[in-house]
Design a protein around this ligand. Structure first.
Ligand code: F1P
Length: 292
């Protein structure tokens, strides 16, 4: 199974990304007004990065699906995230915008090389799998480590060790046998929650949802029962984890860094697929790169 090996290789990929972040002058400087774009997983990584950068006061940062870019707005730079280097919406945007662009990609031998103004190449984190795991987390670690050069608190000093812990950490007992999965975040971890939901959806063909944690009380909790798993990234709002547990859900609250905790979700996605007799390397109706 390709995806299981790619999941396990994340600690060493993150280590290389942190090293590379010191030698990536193409990435935005503090104060620049930037737009970050991607599709699918890459969009959710863009959302996490945008919220992290803006909340740290490092510059106005908006995230968009590449298909939804607001062409009338002015930005100092567009940052595109694209593992394959071939996703149609990303290439269209890079080719049509007059703004300066930089792309973070896994494969510099693809059309993105001629479409973006500059490239940051994470070929060491590229993947064989359709379902993205290590490219996404490595791209986020690179971007986060680059921000941490100005604001060190954004990157835990033991992040790589936490990733190694997450590769082997126990999964919530009984979670892989459940049928409905909800991921909750706040601030920058909303992007992580969306990516977690996409991962379980893609790899295991399960019904998944994601919300800001405080929003869960405003409706979604009404369908929580003994078929549910509810996964918190970061500290849950007061009383919510207990409330969700009372409703019958398996609850995950972890002390790990949220991106390290995403590794546990990737492993959960594989475990659910195996329980259902599915091959997570062959998600239904999905291709490694979506070309329209
Ligand atoms: C975008 C994407 C992935 C998805 C699948 C198909 O890829 O939608 O998010 O998991 O692999 O492609 P990319 O633009 O980053 O290559």
């Amino acid at each position: 199974m390709f995806v299981a090996n790619e999941i396990a290789s994340q600690p060493s990929c993150w280590e290389r990304a942190i090293e590379l972040s010191g030698a990536a002058p193409e990435l935005p400087s503090p104060g620049e007004r930037i737009a970050v774009v991607g599709c699918g997983t890459s969009l959710y990584i863009a959302q996490a990065y945008a919220a992290l950068r803006e909340s740290a006061g490092l510059g106005e940062t908006d995230a968009f699906a590449a298909s939804e870019f607001p062409y009338r707005r002015e930005y100092d730079r567009v940052v595109a995230i694209c593992r394959s280097g071939t996703t149609t919406e990303v290439l269209n945007l890079l080719r049509t915008t007059s703004l300066p662009t930089v792309a973070v990609t896994g494969d510099p031998s693809t059309p993105i090389a001629d479409s973006a103004g500059s490239l940051v190449v994470l070929d060491f984190a590229d993947e064989t799998s359709v379902v993205q795991t290590r490219f996404a987390t490595t791209a986020l670690t690179l971007l986060r480590a680059h921000l941490a050069r100005t604001e060190p608190s954004l990157l835990p000093a033991d992040l790589v060790a936490q990733a190694a812990e997450a590769v082997n950490a126990p999964l919530p007992p009984g979670a892989a046998g459940r049928t409905q999965f909800t991921f909750l975040g706040a601030g920058w971890t909303n992007g992580i929650a969306h990516e977690a939901a996409l991962k379980v959806r893609e790899a295991s063909g399960s019904w998944t949802e994601s919300y800001p944690a405080m929003e869960y009380r405003h409706g979604p909790i009404s369908v929580t029962d003994e078929n549910s798993v509810v996964w918190f990234f970061g500290t849950p709002p007061d009383g919510l984890a207990a409330e969700v547990e009372r409703a019958g859900a398996v609850v995950s609250v972890s002390a790990l860094d949220p991106v390290a905790d995403l590794i546990r979700v990737q492993r959960l996605a594989v475990a659910i697929a195996e329980n259902k007799g599915l091959n997570p390397d062959e998600p239904r109706n999905l291709t490694r790169s979506v070309i329209l």
